[in-house]
Design a binder for this molecule. Structure first.
Ligand SMILES: Nc1ncnc2c1ncn2[C@@H]1O[C@H](COP(=O)(O)OP(=O)(O)OP(=O)(O)O)[C@@H](O)[C@H]1O
Ligand SMILES: [Mg+2]
Length: 223
């Protein structure tokens, strides 16, 4: 589904990531950990072509991201749901309109029942008509998750999706991601939260990738 082949990335200084080899099989569930500044958000952006590797190849849906062109990349990205670390919204639109935006931009008609189920799922039914600036940090994250899921993507990439959530809500979000995984979606979650990883491991065969010294290693079972 996603493969990195000897990938390096640099923002202009030294190499932040180097020699990264990685394969995320369809239907797999992975966490990505590592200290602040290690390159977790950068690695997620490399997965969906927001950033292009400075060396090596990133393959998404069996195609080299670099070779698909802008339109090709846009088409591939429709199959990827992304929850960014600093989730941005259109502030003049309601939460409901923001969540359905990915459908409207691709000319698809959303089913009102699906929207209502999805908002219920993330506990935001009562805020459907609110504007994003009125939301708390955790409510924004839940809205961002709903927006990422609405197109029913094959891959979900979530960057610290529980960073602003209390434990109960974190577990709820995790359950949603586990359910998506059971439906066959490939999931990659960047997080610092070891308790979240432990909780996930009781529900799903999750593997843990760790960025260390610019490289990505598969963590053992010690968590
Ligand atoms: N656009 C950019 N230009 C230059 N440097 C950047 C840019 N974005 C990130 N960096 C640097 O790259 C490094 C990795 O950043 P990244 O956001 O990938 O880390 P992270 O592991 O996600 O950290 P955190 O846990 O704090 O979210 C940091 O040192 C950061 O300052
Ligand atoms: Mg980050």
């Amino acid at each position: 589904m996603i493969a990195f082949e000897n990938v390096a990335y640099s923002y202009g200084g030294g190499e932040l990531l180097s020699g990264v080899d990685l394969t995320l099989q369809p239907g797999s569930f992975h966490f990505l950990t590592g200290p602040s500044g290690a390159g977790k958000s950068t690695l997620l952006k490399l997965c969906y072509g927001e950033l292009l590797s400075t060396k090596g190849r990133v393959v998404l849906f069996d195609r080299d991201i670099r070779g698909v062109g802008r339109d090709g990349l846009a088409r591939m990205r429709r199959r990827v749901g992304v929850v960014q670390q600093d989730c941005q919204f259109l502030d003049h639109l309601s939460v409901a309109a923001n969540v359905t935006l990915p459908l409207s931009v691709t000319g698809r008609e959303g089913d009102p029942q699906d929207l209502s189920d999805l908002l219920g799922w993330v506990g935001l039914t009562h805020l459907a008509g609110a504007r994003p600036p009125q939301l708390s940090g955790g409510e924004r994250q839940r809205a961002a998750l709903a927006r990422a899921v609405i197109t029913s993507p094959d891959v979900m990439l979530a960057d610290e999706p529980t960073g602003n959530l209390d434990w109960e809500m974190s577990l709820r979000l995790l359950t949603l991601l586990v359910e998506l995984n059971r439906m066959g979606k490939t999931i990659l979650i960047a997080t610092h939260d070891m308790n979240l990883i432990r909780a996930a491991k009781t529900q799903v065969a999750a593997r843990v990738l760790r960025i260390k010294g610019g490289r990505v290693e598969l963590a053992g079972a010690e968590l």
